[in-house]
Design a protein around this ligand. Structure first.
Ligand SMILES: *Cc1c(COP(=O)(O)O)cnc(C)c1O
Length: 392
């Protein structure tokens, strides 16, 4: 492992205590922690309902199912995201229709969405990549104007505020992720937030084998005597989140603002240190929104005239010096099975591709102090000079 890892969870004694208490209680599934975690996340997003599931990909899958999307349907989405975003569309047998991204926000270009709509379009799926909320309101507006639900993939934007609205609340339904690399974590986990009561009910039963969402108060573990209803109204899944994970989520949500402040501070420190690196493009977040930004990652990119070979050599060099970096993200449409299945080719989404070839995710987590930041920036400087990207 690198001396300075790319990401690291923020874990404290309170987290450990919270998980141990669950173990002592003996109630490991469907208990008070799940409800509490769901409430904390949905309140933060100012949504009426929160449904916890095993991970954010499962959340996306269930939401697509609950919206009745299936074979023959199209879902407009971004090629510049984690592959999970588009994979969930394939899980239900629908077709992802990619649209190119905006070079500033790195989110779907709102202007491209309208022209991608066909009679088969059933939803728009996308959100705040790297936590950047710019354009989400326009995306929501276009979806709304065309009577399409927006599934807001807010997996990278927990706790963010934009135009006086919390991230996750711009669409019909919002998705948060709690993988260890996210701002706060449950190890693995996801939460669906929505004001749509019927959608919430449906998702609740789908995560638990299609069972009516009711748990008797004396329930300790799954013994048939204690669970009088094993009625399965529809084909469901097991996408439940356990109590240990939910307890970790509750403890983490209690520190959300502290964690987000710390991340914002680290992002600002990077900005200050990198501002004079002329051949680098730094994350764009206008002052107006900086306060409400939930930073997921710190992504720089090489200027337009450079490409993936320079970028890849820099990443390899950083890694030789034990500084964890990554190329966030490879374009989804150029992944082998998307090319094979849908015939995508390089050049199909030129902006996403050009940006994807030049990005470098720098280490970003709450353990980074000034010394670590200096070391990272110094190492980056040496690598850029080696590529003759820094002219003094
Ligand atoms: C993390 C992430 C996901 C998937 O989350 P999992 O919990 O790993 O399934 C989906 N979309 C985006 C944009 C993500 O960052």
């Amino acid at each position: 492992m690198s001396v300075i890892p790319l990401s690291w969870p923020n874990l404290e004694d309170d987290d450990i205590q919270a998980v141990v208490e669950v173990l002592r209680s003996g109630r490991l599934s469907f208990g008070a922690r799940q409800t509490q975690f769901e409430q904390l996340v949905s309140q933060r997003a100012q949504c009426a309902h929160g449904i916890a599931v095993s991970n954010a990909t499962a959340a996306l899958h269930l939401v697509l199912l609950a919206l009745g999307i299936g074979p023959g349907d199209e879902v407009i989405t971004t090629p510049f995201s984690r592959i999970a975003t588009a994979n969930a569309i394939l899980y239900v047998g629908a077709k992802p229709i990619f649209v190119d991204i905006d070079p500033v926000s790195l989110n779907m270009d709102p202007k491209q969405i309208e022209s991608a709509i066909t009679p088969r379009t059933k939803a728009v799926l996308g959100g705040e990549i790297f936590g950047n909320p710019i354009h989400i309101e326009k995306i929501a507006q276009i979806a709304g104007a065309n009577d399409l639900p927006l599934i807001e993939d807010a997996t990278e934007a927990l706790g963010g505020m934009y135009l006086n609205k919390p991230t996750g609340s711009f669409g019909r339904v919002g998705i948060f992720g709690f993988h260890a690399s996210k701002q706060v974590t449950t190890g693995e986990g996801g939460v669906i937030v929505t004001d749509d009561e019927r959608l919430a009910e449906l998702v609740r039963t789908l995560r638990n084998h299609g069972r009516p969402d009711w748990v008797p108060s004396g329930y300790i573990h799954t013994s048939h005597e204690l669970v009088p209803t094993l009625r399965h109204d529809r084909l469901g899944y097991n996408y439940r989140l356990g109590e240990m994970s939910a307890a970790l989520g509750v403890a983490q949500m209690d520190r959300l603002d502290t964690i987000l402040d710390r991340r914002r501070h680290i992002a600002e420190s990077y900005m200050r240190r990198l501002i004079d690196f002329n051949e680098l493009i730094l994350p764009t977040i206008s002052d107006q929104y900086a306060e409400g930004m939930s930073w997921f990652a710190f992504i720089i990119r090489l200027a337009n005239d450079y490409g993936s070979s320079e970028r890849d050599r820099i990443i390899a060099g950083m890694s030789r010096h034990e500084v964890g970096t990554a190329a966030y993200y490879p374009c989804i449409h150029l992944q082998r099975f998307y090319r094979d299945q849908f015939g995508y080719q390089p050049g199909d989404f030129p902006i996403a591709e050009s940006i994807s070839n030049r990005t470098i995710a720098l280490p970003f987590h709450t353990r980074l102090d000034a010394t670590a930041l200096d070391l990272i920036v110094q190492t980056l400087k040496v690598m850029l000079q080696r590529e003759q990207l820094l002219r003094q």
